[in-house]
Write a protein that binds this ligand. Structure first.
Ligand code: SF4
Length: 225
């Protein structure tokens, strides 16, 4: 994607260029989490028809599902696609619904990684809202990532907000009048599935409440870059 100038371009410009270059082969991946409204607002500004993929794991907070519905409507996003795990696989591999408690990697594989792998096949590029400042594990994140998973074709990840600080995000959300996820007010600064998400305290980084107490920092959908 030589035509993109990822660091110089502002996020809306980058989204428009990606759409001009790739058309329907660019999609957006959103958790409708703590700060997702900002990227989604920029997507609506660039092209409200752009596909937005939401992984409906079956384990979200009710507040997230309500926010996903209301925010999409308020922003005028016309192509939000809910991606659910395969019901037959869930019945086989997580019959009690407690897989998260004893094998969270397997649970994320079943409910996130595998469904996204199938759903993302039509897309050459996926846009994410990840930022360097969210966690030490994301400190090297770049605006453009080239991913290649074993046996699979290349895919580009675009992270237009990679270099935005928490202060930048807060200020721009306020300027745009965007509603934060309702659980932010309760200390949830990064929001995933309910069983695996806790509020954070003091100087902890935003993702410290994800899989707290476990040697796990990512669900796997962003690995392989
Ligand atoms: S975040 Fe937790 S509940 Fe959600 S898919 Fe991963 S392990 Fe399962």
């Amino acid at each position: 994607m030589a035509q993109l100038e990822p660091v110089q371009d502002n996020p809306v410009t980058l989204l428009r260029k990606a759409h001009d270059l790739l058309g329907d082969r660019v999609g957006v991946l959103s958790s409708f989490g703590a700060e997702s409204a900002l990227l989604l607002s920029m997507v609506a500004q660039a092209d409200p028809e752009m596909p937005v993929l939401f992984l409906d794991t079956g384990r979200h907070f009710p507040e997230t599902l309500a926010y996903r519905h209301d925010l999409a409507q308020d922003l005028g996003l016309r192509n939000v696609i809910d991606i659910a795990p395969d019901a037959r696989k869930v019945a086989e591999r997580d019959p009690t619904g407690e897989l998260w408690a004893f094998d969270p990697d397997a649970c994320c594989g079943l409910r996130k990684v595998e469904p996204l792998r199938v759903a993302s096949l039509p897309y050459m590029a996926l846009v994410t809202g990840r930022k360097r400042g969210q966690a030490s594990t994301r400190a090297q994140l770049n605006v453009v990532e080239h991913r290649q998973e074993k046996g699979e074709r290349d895919q580009i990840r675009l992270n237009p907000l990679a270099f935005w600080t928490a202060q930048d995000i807060t200020a721009e959300m306020a300027r745009r009048g965007l509603p934060p996820h309702p659980l932010v007010a309760e200390g949830y600064l990064s929001i995933g599935c309910a069983p695996c998400t806790q509020p954070v305290h003091g100087a902890q980084d935003a993702r410290a409440g994800r899989w707290a107490g476990l040697n796990k920092t990512e669900c796997g959908i962003h690995l392989g870059g």
